[in-house]
Design a protein around this ligand. Sequence first.
Ligand code: FAD
Length: 328
Amino acid sequence: MSKNVYVFAEQRDGVIQKVAYELIGKARELADALGQEVVAVVLGDGIQAAAAELFKFGADQVIAVDAPVLGEYSTEPYAKAMNAIIKAKEPEIVIYGATAIGRDLAPRVSARVHTGLTADCTKLEIDEETKGLWMTRPAFGGNIMATIVCPNFRPQMATVRPGVMKALEEDASKTGTVEVFDAGVSEADMNIKIREVVKDTKKTVDITEAKILVSGGRGIGGPEGFGMLKELADELGGEIASSRACVDAGWIDRDRQVGQTGKTVRPNLYIAAGISGAIQHAAGMEDSDLIIAINKNNTAPIFEVADVGIVGDCTAIIPKLTEALKKL
Ligand code: FAD
């Protein structure tokens, strides 16, 4: 009998990744709806202490597979370990982050355990009637949101976009004992040899971490428009972000892109300047706490998701806002 909601809690260099906390937050909600438990699974080398922290963020059980071969991510031993856990424990649901690792691992595990996988979900919920998992993701180029179910196979599996789900607040009073699971993985499972790991030293900004984002679209007029946005962002203690149109035009780096093919953000404040608010952009920012949109077209779709709308020329309004803030 399948039971419990499992989260593949990704670690890198022994540090549990933010997406794992987000997934545990969502798993808590799903498990409560089913009257079941949340189980976090951590694979790595010497990761039991880090894994134990997950009790504080909503996990009822934590399983660790601790082996030198799991220190760096590698497909074969990771897939073998997840396969062994799923076969032994028979989870109802397993969710992974739609990260580079999760996107590589989840389909291989789903093939081994003969179940389906819904990739890149933005919404997960339990259907009240059937108690099945409804997995929602953008489809047909982001023009529709498709809800996918997996009625005949278990576990129900999904990868979930980082930044979409909300992590729970830490509760330091929650503790537990990590179950160390022997998945039988060893160096013999490596069908590739990692000779060297070269870290990308380019300074990148993670806009998903920013509390305030000042985001520009084609309406800012050109790459120099980001100078004006940067001044406002600096004044507010935030970062600049962008629509895809500006990224495609080469005005700004791709790591600043918000939206379906960019990043999903939920800052406290999102200022959208000269952004039309196409569905693919809105999908990445509509859950922000406060959205202020500046657009000269009063019928722009961005106003449908905005809390505050300013109809006007952003190249005139943004510098005025910055000046006013400087005087405070
Ligand atoms: P435009 O659509 O050109 O809008 C510019 C806006 O600025 C207009 O509303 C205009 O009224 C306003 N404006 C013009 N001048 C001014 C001014 N001086 N002051 C104030 N307002 C002004 N887009 C994303 O952003 N992120 C994604 O991840 C993404 N993924 C996609 C995936 C797929 C499969 C597809 C098909 C598209 C995707 N897109 C994405 C593209 C998306 O459909 C839009 O084309 C894009 O978001 C438009 O960018 P924009 O709003 O900057 O430009």
